[in-house]
Design a protein. Structure first.
Length: 275
């Protein structure tokens, strides 16, 4: 009993810590004044100090403020992109499992094809085709992050579609749409939620990556990727803090979301939840 209690307590504590880090970062991003982003050449290129914890950039802007506000935008883009990807995965996974062998074969072929294409290359192509910006990044991320979750949902639906309660519903004349919405979807909702949470950090990383490479968000739209891209030009003259602190914060947030997804997965898994 004590061992079980300690394992569950550690899991809940770790989950709370991950959520707490993200909430604190979001609160700070809204509470810090935009006045700290005004150009002030008298404060340019200052190293980290108590007044500017992350230092200042070449225009005298506070890097802590820039990083947190850029991170907020990256989180928003990653959230919408992951939501689009999870929605596509849910629809295709259910269709593959319920519409017969032909639909299953076609969707399985699509999954294999998309998995075989490097995510970053495909995101860049989609973003470039739609003109870049926020819309391009969201579409690029959303249209490339569904294959793995599609397989999971397909397998989960296949395991329950012949259950007794679904057979009874079918015998009572209920439509396929009613069975999917009323029986299948509620059953796989935990898997969808965990899949979304695990897609989120990948979406954030890929948004930052393509923006860093110059194919993502515009220079008028500050994000972590843009901050890191701009910092590269100044690292060689000794302004190391321009890249180190934004990069570390990005890693911390991504690992926090990844931890939340893994911990939720463990909580809904009967084997690990009862340990």
């Amino acid at each position: 009993m004590i061992k079980k209690y300690n394992a569950r307590s550690r899991l809940i504590f770790s989950l709370s810590m991950s959520i707490g880090i993200i909430i604190i970062a979001l609160i700070l991003s809204y509470s810090l004044s935009d006045d700290l982003l005004v150009t002030d050449f008298s404060q340019k290129s200052l190293p980290p100090s108590w007044l500017h914890l992350f230092g200042t950039d070449w225009l005298g802007r506070d890097m802590l403020t820039r990083t947190l506000k850029g991170l907020r935008l990256s989180l928003a883009v990653g959230f919408v992109g992951a939501f689009v990807g999870a929605t596509i995965a849910t629809c295709l996974g259910i269709m593959a499992a319920t519409l017969g062998k032909k639909a299953d074969a076609i969707i399985s072929w699509l999954v294999d094809m998309f998995i075989g294409i490097p995510h970053l290359v495909f995101i860049i192509l989609i973003s470039f085709m739609v003109g870049g910006g926020v819309k391009g990044v969201i579409l690029g991320v959303g249209l490339t992050h569904w294959p793995s979750l599609t397989r999971i949902i397909r397998n989960e639906v296949l395991s329950i579609k012949n259950s007794e309660y679904i057979k009874l519903s079918r015998n009572f004349g209920k439509s396929r749409a009613f069975i999917v919405i009323g029986h299948i979807l509620p059953h796989i909702l935990p898997q969808i939620m965990v899949g979304f949470l695990l897609l989120f950090p990948h979406a954030i990383i890929h948004e930052a990556a393509i923006t860093f490479l110059g194919f993502g968000l515009s220079v008028q739209t500050p994000s972590i990727g843009l901050i890191l891209s701009e910092a590269v030009k100044h690292i060689s003259i000794g302004d190391w803090w321009l890249a180190v602190f934004p990069g570390l914060l990005l890693i911390l947030i991504v690992k926090s979301f990844d931890g939340i997804g893994e911990q939720f997965r463990m909580l809904i898994n009967p084997n690990s939840a009862n340990q």
